[in-house]
Design a protein around this ligand. Structure first.
Ligand code: GAP
Length: 480
């Protein structure tokens, strides 16, 4: 079956309560989305799987949860105040405000769409407005993506002493806690610090559902290594991250590695490899079908040096008069002092949720020639693990038994009870939201203390004793 496009997922997400357009009763808010009851379960499961894999199952990892609003100086010395911007252009014909690096390449223009020098291309009128096709565009100018706010009751909007930012990445909260964690947990290099949390960017052109929004969640990890070890460890993390997505069900065909060319690298990066997902399968050109799911960067020692009070090089180039600490590391074994290099796998929660939904989407035809949506999510990600369904909702003994079974399951797995339709309809609803198992209680159950367990992927049914049900479901959920 052809992969679904994002529109198909938007419609399923709204219809079944995964994701709703935010503030809809007031006309919405451009590109803001709210997770509904199923979306919040799916998103929590993605984060839980990542945390377990990244933190709990390793010996060299710690986790933190830092503030969203940090001292403004963090963003001064990280380089974000100066460089965290997108090149902005206006279309003089239709007044659209656009990102210069996201303009449409005019058909026939002799360019690789992934490697455009957009300043030159704009001058040569090779780029066009994606909304009206005009090449009558302004010169690009930088637009800083950080959201500004002011701290304190008395603060005026333009008071420089009260100015603060909502963080545009979770990473800086890790760097400024490097020393706290290294000393309190007595960690030796190499080790990593992981964090999951919200980030904010005043994106010029948000869009494509939850792919690019102004408020989003990140799962980031900063891994501190000895300089010289960085290139090998970087490659290891690229492979590990690629495999993590595959282990949770993403098809290898829909994933690829993308080596960022030098001109695309962030100001701190020596090398960055992105993991791309085929988010736009409907686009004709292969290159435009792909976009970033996560990035794995070698950030060198840029951040730890930038936040350190001491100058390291003779010219004192990175001298920081505001920091009170030196974030260098002393290696007791070799008696060397150095600034660790940092390898950073940085993933988006929302983009991961979107990729898992797209990859899980399938359609199946029934005996009666009806098309059913079956969301084949990995069981660990499925919002609901088991639905308990009574075959006859007007029979109090059956209803009572089904509700009791649901209650007995719910301390260990997410189970629901549903009696709002005939059994065929109830199965179809659970298939559409990715529930791996349906448990049906029928007249026979009252006699033999057994239920029918139906599998989402095969539609096969098995009779299972109620006493063995929990173990049976756990086995099914641990498969794959
Ligand atoms: N600390 C490095 C960093 O933030 P990034 O490539 O800018 O790197 C990491 O962001 C990930 O965060 C991206 O791969 C993407 O999944 C997610 N992300 C970034 N901007 C986003 C946005 N506006 N909306 C949704 N997700 C976003």
């Amino acid at each position: 079956m052809a992969a679904p496009n994002i529109e198909t997922i938007v419609s399923l997400a709204k219809r079944r309560g995964f994701v709703f357009p935010s503030s809809e009763i007031y006309g919405g808010l451009g590109s803001a989305w709210d997770y509904g009851p199923l979306g919040v379960e799916l998103s929590n499961n993605v984060k839980q799987q990542w945390w377990r894999w990244m933190v709990h199952e390793r010996d060299d990892m710690e986790g933190i949860d830092s503030s969203i609003i940090l001292n403004r100086l963090v963003w001064k010395y990280s380089g974000h105040e100066e460089t965290f911007s997108d090149p902005l252009v206006d279309c003089r014909d239709c007044n659209s405000r656009l990102r210069a690096d996201k303009l449409t390449v005019k058909s026939g223009a002799p360019m690789n769409p992934q490697r455009i020098n957009y300043e030159e291309a704009l001058q040569q009128k090779l780029l066009a407005c994606p909304n009206c096709g005009s090449t009558n565009l302004t010169e690009p100018r930088p637009f800083n993506l950080m959201f500004r706010t002011t701290l304190g009751a008395a603060a005026e909007e333009d008071d420089p002493f009260a100015l603060a930012y909502l963080r545009p990445e979770t990473a800086q909260g890790i760097f400024i806690n490097f020393l706290n964690i290294q000393t309190t947990l007595r960690r030796k290099i190499p080790f990593g610090i992981a964090q999951i949390g919200k980030s904010f960017r005043n994106e010029v052109t948000p869009g494509n559902f939850i792919f690019r929004t102004r408020e989003f969640e990140q799962m980031e990890m900063e891994y501190f290594v000895k300089p010289g070890e960085d290139e090998r460890v970087h490659q290891e993390w690229i492979d590990l991250c690629f495999d993590w997505y595959k282990s949770l069900g993403l098809a290898a065909d829909n994933l690829r590695l993308y080596e960022q060319p030098k001109e695309e690298l962030a100001h701190y990066a020596k090398r960055t490899v992105d993991i791309h997902y085929r988010f736009f399968p409907e686009r004709a050109e292969d290159e435009r079908q792909w976009d970033e799911l996560m990035g794995v960067a070698n950030r060198t020692d840029f951040d730890l040096r930038a936040h350190s009070k001491k100058p390291e090089d003779a010219e004192g180039k990175r001298f920081n008069p505001d920091s009170t600490e030196d974030l260098s590391y002393f290696d007791e074994a070799t008696k060397e002092r150095y600034y660790p290099y940092v390898i950073e796998p940085a993933a988006g929660v929302n983009r991961s949720v979107l990729a898992f939904l797209m990859d899980a989407y399938t359609e199946r035809t029934t005996d009666k020639n009806e098309t059913r949506v079956v969301l084949k999510l990995h069981p660990a990600l499925a919002p609901i693990k088991a639905a308990v369904l009574p075959l006859a909702k007007n029979k109090p003994e059956i209803v009572g038994m089904a509700k009791a079974i649901k209650r007995s399951l719910q301390p260990t797995l997410r189970a629901v009870y549903d009696d709002t339709g005939g059994i065929g309809k109830l199965y179809a609803r659970q298939d559409e939201i990715g529930t791996p198992c349906c448990v049906t209680v029928d007249h026979q159950s009252l006699e033999d203390e057994a239920v029918t367990v139906r599998d989402r992927d095969t539609w096969e049914q098995e009779r299972i004793k109620v006493a063995d049900l929990r173990e049976h479901l756990q086995r099914r959920l641990n498969e794959k």
